[in-house]
Write a protein that binds this ligand. Structure first.
Ligand SMILES: [Zn+2]
Length: 301
């Protein structure tokens, strides 16, 4: 127990020095009800993840994707930021976090009030036409899909706790996909990076620039399984920038971490933000943004 406190104090001291870049993953959003397929408590993925190649090359696979996604959308659209997202936004308001690189496609950092967020893998609430490049909102597509598939939702009212849906082939075959509302012919794809697809180079370059300018990198809720996120940890470690990893379970970046916290982020991050408020020097102007005056929390330091 004492060791945990010491670790939190060490993380707080690092964060209080400012210049932090957050790298976040699915583990930060699990407490918002968004499934984490790779985490220790995550349910093993029952279906092979959709690859970009299958999506664009196989009409049946594409229909299956959209039919399942149409039903699973309720889970995503209903999700709200949790205490972890809000704590990150508080630290950013306090001027201690310079930016957020997220692997999540749920938009919850922005919803919690964070700015300078790079959404590495795109956003699920945006749809792109692979024909003409037009981008539209998922809400708009959802209305069109509901209209094109009357009664489809009702037939599948039961969505599994992990947000997944079981759909047999007959049901999928009955699902009607719609084309781009702009060019009328293009294939629609969620504006997210699929497996087998690369993150746009300019986006990666922006993230590397953020990491290079950072005083510390704080990884939140990522097992760093995929190189897409792990490369930022490798980059920081190579430059001698301290890396802190807070995640439930081991990660592929643990060997590079100066500090490691294994805890649910919705509980850990608010504690961290409070602890940071206690170590930030009074009169720095940062304190008021983190802890409201008169809240009584300052005495705890
Ligand atoms: Zn189009």
């Amino acid at each position: 127990m004492g060791r945990v406190t010491e670790t939190i104090d060490a993380v707080a001291a690092l964060v209080a020095a400012g210049g932090v870049v957050v790298v976040s993953g699915a583990g930060l959003s699990t407490e918002s009800g968004i499934p984490d397929y790779r985490g220790p408590t995550g349910v093993a993925r029952r279906h092979t993840p959709m690859t970009y190649q299958a999506f664009v090359g196989d009409a049946a696979a594409r229909r299956r994707y959209w039919a399942r996604s149409h039903l699973g959308w309720r889970t995503i659209v209903g999700a709200r930021p949790n205490a972890g997202h809000r704590a990150v936004a508080r630290l950013q308001d306090a001027g201690l976090v310079d930016g957020v690189i997220t692997q999540n496609v749920d938009g919850l950092h922005t919803a919690a009030g964070s700015g300078r967020v790079v959404e590495l893998h795109g956003r699920l609430d945006t749809v792109v036409c692979l024909g003409c490049g037009d981008r539209t909102s998922r809400g708009e597509l959802d209305r069109r899909l509901v209209a094109a598939n009357p009664g489809f939702d009702a037939a599948f009212a039961v969505v599994n706790p992990d947000g997944d849906v079981d759909l047999d082939d007959d049901r999928v075959a009955g699902f009607r996909m719609v084309d781009c509302g702009c060019c009328g012919a293009g294939m629609l794809k969620p504006d997210v990076v699929f497996f087998g697809e690369t993150v746009p180079a300019a986006r990666v370059a922006r993230c590397f620039a953020m990491v290079d300018a950072a005083r510390a990198v704080l990884v939140l809720g990522s097992s760093l399984t995929v190189l897409s996120g792990r490369r930022f940890v490798l980059r920081a470690a190579k430059s001698g920038i301290p890396v802190v990893i807070a995640n439930q379970g081991v990660t592929r970046g643990d060997g590079y971490a100066a500090l490691r916290v294994d805890a649910p982020l919705g509980r850990f991050l608010p504690v961290l933000a409070d602890r940071v408020a206690a170590v930030v020097p009074p009169g720095s102007g940062l304190l008021a943004a983190v802890v409201p005056p008169g809240s009584g929390l300052l005495a705890a330091g």
